[in-house]
Design a protein around this ligand. Structure first.
Ligand code: C2E
Ligand code: MG
Ligand code: MG
Length: 341
C-alpha cells in the first residue's frame, strides 16, 4: 500500500505548462508492537518518516525500536540547547582564511561551538540541524552575527581590510528579518557591509521563494558579500548565481581532501575555478590539510584557502594574536609554514 501511495504521489503534475514532480516519505507504525495509543503510534510513525527523509526521501519505512534511543537523545539535546545561549555555553570560534600565494591572513570564518555541561563539545553538524528543526537557529544565528561583528570591530583596528564570514541557515532567510538584523548590527559596530560575508548552501537558491529573493536583494543593498558554501555538493542553477550576484564560491572539502590522489577531483576543482573566474567570482578552497594540497589548489588558479594546514577553528583571543602576528610579519608569512601563535 505504501509503495502504491509513493507511486501515486510521484506521478508528474502539469501546472501552467510545467511538469512538476513531487515525492514523499512514509513512516509506518503498527499496533500493538509499536504502541497502543494514537499518540504513541503517531510519534513512532513520525520517527520512521524522518528516518526515510534522512536516507534520501521518497521511501516508506517501518518503525524500528532501535531508533527510539537516538530520537530521545536528540530530543534531550534540543531541550538543552534552549538554555545554552543564556548559560554561556555557546562560543564563536574562528578559522583563518589566507591568500594562497603568500599565506597572508585576510579574514576568518565564524564557526559556532557548543560546550555542553555533561557531553563536552557537541559538533555543529549535530546541533545546528536541531536548532533549525526547533526554530532556535533564528535567535542563535542573530547572536553569532553580533558576536562576529563585535570581534571584527577590534580586528579591523589591527588589519583594516579583515573580513568575517558567517554561516546562515535557510530558516534565517525565510524569517524575513535577517537583512534588518544585519543592517542594525553593522550600524551598531560602525562596520562597512564589505567587511561581512554570509555563507549559505546551494539549496537556498533552489528554494526560489519570494522571501528568500527579497532578503538576498536587501542584503546585497548593504554591500554584504554572499558566498555559496560546500559548492559542488548540491544542485546549483548557474543562472541564480548571476541573478543574486553571488561573489564567492567555497568549494566543498570533499573535492579538496586528498586531491593529489584523485584525478577526477582535480578536474572538478579546475572546472569550478574556471567557471567562477569567467563569472568574475572569488573561489575559496576549504579543508586544505597539507602543503601539497595547498600548492595544487594554488596552481589550479584558486586564490584563497582555509583548512587545518594553517589553523583549526580557534577562540576569538587566539585569532586576535594571529592577526597581530600576521600584521607584524606581513609578507614574511608564507603558506609553507602553518600559522601558529
Ligand atoms: P562549513 O561552514 O562548511 O564549515 C567548515 C567546516 O569544515 C568546519 O566544521 C571546519 O572546522 C571544518 N574544517 C575546516 N578546515 C578543515 C580541514 O582542513 N579538515 C577537516 N577535516 N575539516 C575542516 P565545523 O566547525 O564542525 O562546522 C560544521 C558545519 O556546521 C559548518 O560547515 C556549517 O555548515 C555549520 N555551522 C557552524 N557554525 C554555524 C553557524 O554559526 N550557523 C550555521 N547556520 N551553521 C553553522
Ligand atoms: Mg561555512
Ligand atoms: Mg563548507
Amino acid at each position: 500500500m505504501a509503495q502504491s501511495l509513493l507511486d501515486c504521489v510521484q506521478a508528474p503534475i502539469e501546472l501552467d505548462g510545467n511538469k512538476l514532480v513531487t515525492t514523499c516519505s512514509i513512516g509506518i507504525a503498527i499496533a500493538p508492537e509499536d504502541g497502543s495509543t494514537f499518540e504513541e503510534l503517531c510519534q513512532r510513525a513520525d520517527i520512521a518518516m524522518y528516518k526515510g527523509k534522512e536516507k534520501g526521501k521518497n521511501e516508506a519505512n517501518f518503525f524500528n525500536p532501535d531508533w527510539m534511543q537516538s530520537h530521545n537523545q536528540l530530543l534531550a539535546l534540543t531541550s538543552d540547547l534552549r538554555v545554552a545561549l543564556n548559560k554561556n555555553q555557546l562560543e564563536v570560534y574562528y578559522q583563518p582564511k589566507v591568500l594562497l600565494h603568500n599565506g597572508a591572513l585576510i579574514g576568518a570564518e565564524a564557526l559556532l561551538r557548543w560546550n555542553h555541561p555533561t557531553m563536552g563539545f557537541v559538533s555543529p553538524e549535530v546541533f545546528i540541524p536541531l536548532a533549525e528543526k526547533s526554530g532556535q537557529i533564528v535567535e542563535i544565528g542573530k547572536w553569532v552575527i553580533e558576536q562576529a561583528c563585535e570581534n571584527l570591530l577590534q580586528w579591523r583596528k589591527i588589519n583594516a581590510s579583515f573580513t568575517i564570514a558567517v554561516n546562515v541557515s535557510s530558516i534565517q532567510f525565510k524569517r524575513g528579518d535577517l537583512s534588518e538584523h544585519v543592517k542594525n548590527i553593522l550600524k551598531k559596530y560602525h562596520l562597512p557591509g564589505q567587511s561581512l560575508e554570509l555563507e549559505f548552501t546551494e539549496s537556498l537558491l533552489m528554494d526560489n521563494t519570494l522571501e528568500v529573493a527579497s532578503e538576498l536583494q536587501s542584503i546585497k543593498k548593504l554591500n554584504v558579500s554572499l558566498a555559496i558554501d560546500d559548492f559542488g555538493t548540491g544542485y546549483s542553477n548557474l543562472g541564480y548565481l548571476q541573478n543574486f550576484e553571488i561573489q564567492t564560491l567555497k568549494m566543498d572539502r570533499s573535492f579538496i581532501h586528498n586531491i593529489y590522489e584523485n584525478k577526477k577531483n582535480i578536474a572538478i576543482v579546475e572546472a569550478i575555478i574556471q567557471m567562477a573566474h569567467s563569472l568574475e567570482m572569488l573561489v575559496v578552497a576549504e579543508g586544505i590539510e597539507d602543503e601539497k594540497t595547498a600548492k595544487i589548489i594554488e596552481k589550479l588558479g584558486c586564490t584563497i584557502g582555509q583548512g587545518y594546514f594553517w589553523q583549526k577553528p580557534v577562540p576569538a583571543d587566539t585569532l586576535n594574536s594571529l592577526i597581530q602576528l600576521n600584521k607584524v610579519n606581513g609578507q614574511n608569512l608564507t603558506f609553507k609554514e602553518p600559522i601558529r601563535v
